[in-house]
Design a protein around this ligand. Structure first.
Ligand code: OXD
Ligand code: MN
Length: 595
């Protein structure tokens, strides 16, 4: 094993400690080069993890099939190990940090035997931006290295910028050491033990037993949300589960928006939306995470800390998200999709016709008409953001983009209107707190259950959510905020009495973005209601849209009884944060109740 020499003593020491603990056969420092990526892809083909897709149909692309018990984020195996239990708050699983370390040290001891330990220096955010932060992931999974190559900026250039500075250490193992001569599995993982652990004070991450998505690509949920939310609290910025997009009107005026939706509610579709309104253009900066900070002029600036998209494949099609389909034409890693007979990928909803025969995500023959899904509902594509045909030209701007509006949304079949504008920052914060949504396949557990998901951060906030609400409120005055974005709430998912969607969604959501754009520029009308400002009759452009005659009315209908019930239910939920619930939020609740 050759000795790795680094200029950063803390990094050098950490690598030595981890190597001694995990006892890998080899240690490899990733340089981030294209050649490295290709070599690792070949290694993954050789060990049966990757299937090379037909280069004629899908150049430089691969399919991986996970173990059937490692298909999504494991929220019940995720821990925030703050020094004080109170700091983790009522919505996170807490464990005493010292005791957790004991558990982890036992699990990690010798866990990389027979494997290579990869060191991945990575930057979350454009290289050298003041808004970016550096992490170093150690992993024994080449699949993870390839995904990190796409999802973050990786390699020697990151080490150059790091110099002697601070980094977030991110330790990951699939938790399956190999005895001498033991044959590896295509998707090694540990079916008994999984731990996704954040130590907020130490700003470190330990992840054991899973190779999938947010459990294993530690730059994403673990660093850019759980750890970064703590850094943001301490340093006066925001780390949010938000897409970032730009809207350009027919006169060429552009504004930037961010939007928070719970996992699996269509953030990628909204971020890449093709406008159905002539002359209006939507462009993408990010589809999952936004880091935002007020600049010296008091303007809220946002960067996308990621460099790729890790999007949910099922349901993505030329009809629902043509820009995503174009993005994934090449250089893409697919995980848990189906494989076609001509060596391409397929998933439910991808094409109008279903292929007659496929190999499903479990590697078995699958025939049209089967009751089983061919692709796993949480099947994913990992693809470089720069391949998106509508990537905004400022997407890597180190200064970030100025945010004019923030949108909150969820998947609600009733009660919540299509769009609603908040009265002010406080009320907007209340809207963020109020998000609830039906659960999806992005996390393991029941699907379709309504759950509260404040700011879409329930699984991702690294500290007490009551303190997080306070942080949002305080930023209005304590940050150097001068020009606060307006805050909106949207719901594309409302259904009519017949159980059918009332709103077509997808590209047609451009009509709602247009209303928001025009509200900000002072050209759109709104009416005041108890829950916020709704579009005035005629203010939403529905030209050329085939809507049922009273659909818009139903979509914007506020039912008093339903809202009183909603308010009571929310009040009950918020008891959870009792001792830390900001007074201003209790005041917002009263407005709902008294109206
Ligand atoms: C994601 C998620 O993968 O939110 O983005 O689960
Ligand atoms: Mn997400």
């Amino acid at each position: 094993m050759s000795e790795i020499k680094l200029n950063n003593p803390a990094l050098q020491q950490w690598i030595q400690e981890v190597t001694a603990l995990c006892q890998p056969d080899n240690v490899y420092l990733c340089d981030g080069s294209e050649q490295e990526y290709q070599l690792l892809c070949q290694k993954l083909i050789d060990q049966g993890t990757f299937i090379k897709l037909n280069p004629q149909l899908r150049p430089n692309s691969y399919l991986a099939r996970s173990s059937p018990d490692d298909v999504a984020r494991v929220e019940d195996r995720t821990y925030i190990c703050s020094l004080n239990q109170q700091d983790a708050g009522p919505t996170n699983q807490w464990y005493e940090p010292k005791k957790m370390k004991e558990i982890l040290l036992k699990l990690f001891k010798g866990c990389m035997r027979g494997r290579t330990l990869y060191i991945i220096p990575f930057s979350m955010g454009p290289l050298g931006s003041d808004l970016s932060h550096i992490g170093v992931q150690i992993t024994d999974s080449a699949y993870v290295v390839c995904n990190m190559h796409i999802m973050t900026r990786v390699g020697s250039k990151v080490l150059d910028i790091l110099g002697n500075g601070d980094f977030v250490p991110c330790l990951h193992s699939v938790g399956m050491p190999l005895a001498p001569g033991q044959k590896d599995l295509p998707w090694p993982c540990n079916s008994k033990e999984k731990y996704i652990v954040q130590f907020p004070e130490e700003r470190s991450i330990w992840s054991f037993g899973s190779g999938y998505g947010g459990n294993a690509l530690l730059g994403k949920k673990c660093f850019a949300l759980r750890i970064a939310s703590v850094m943001a609290r301490d340093q006066g910025w925001f780390a949010e589960h938000m897409l970032i997009l730009s809207v350009t009107n027919p006169n060429g005026k552009k504004i930037y928006l961010t939007a928070a939706f719970p996992s699996g509610c269509g953030k990628t579709n909204l971020a890449m939306l093709t406008s159905t309104l002539p002359g209006w253009k939507i462009e993408t900066i990010g589809d999952d995470i936004a880091w935002m900070k007020f600049d010296e002029d008091g303007v809220l600036k946002a960067i996308n800390p990621e460099a790729g998209f890790f999007g949910i494949a099922p349901g993505t099609s030329m009809a629902t998200n043509p820009n995503a389909m174009r993005t994934i034409e090449k250089n893409t890693i697919f995980t848990n999709t189906a494989l076609t007979d001509d060596g391409d990928i397929w998933w439910e909803g991808m094409t109008p016709d279903t292929p007659k025969h496929l190999i499903d995500w479990l590697g078995k023959d699958w025939y049209a008409g089967s009751k089983e899904k061919a692709a796993h509902p949480n099947a994913r594509f990992t693809v470089p953001a720069k391949q998106c045909p509508v990537i905004d030209k400022a997407w890597e701007d180190p200064d970030g983009v100025p945010v004019s509006a923030i949108i909150f949304g969820g998947r609600r079949t009733s009660v919540v209107p299509l769009v609603c504008e908040s009265f002010d920052w406080q009320h907007g914060t209340f809207m963020g707190i109020s998000i609830s949504s039906e659960t999806t396949a992005a996390a393991s557990g029941a699907i379709g259950k309504l759950r509260h998901d404040p700011f879409a951060m329930l699984p991702f906030c690294g500290y007490h959510m009551g303190d997080y609400f306070n942080h949002w409120l305080m930023m209005e005055t304590q940050g150097n905020a001068k020009k606060l974005p307006r805050i909106y709430c949207v719901n594309w998912f409302r259904k009519g009495a017949d159980g059918k969607w009332l709103w077509p969604g997808f590209g047609e959501n451009s009509r709602i973005l247009k209303w928001i754009f025009e509200r900000i520029s002072g050209h759109a009308e709104a009416i005041q209601t108890a829950i916020g400002r709704l579009p005035a009759p005629g203010a939403i452009d529905i030209s050329g849209l085939q809507l049922a005659p009273d659909a818009l009315e139903q979509l914007l209908h506020i039912d008093r009884e339903e809202w009183l019930h909603e308010a009571a239910e929310l009040k009950n939920y918020l008891k959870l944060f009792e001792e830390k619930l900001p007074k201003q939020i209790q005041h917002c609740q009263l407005i709902y109740e008294q109206s």
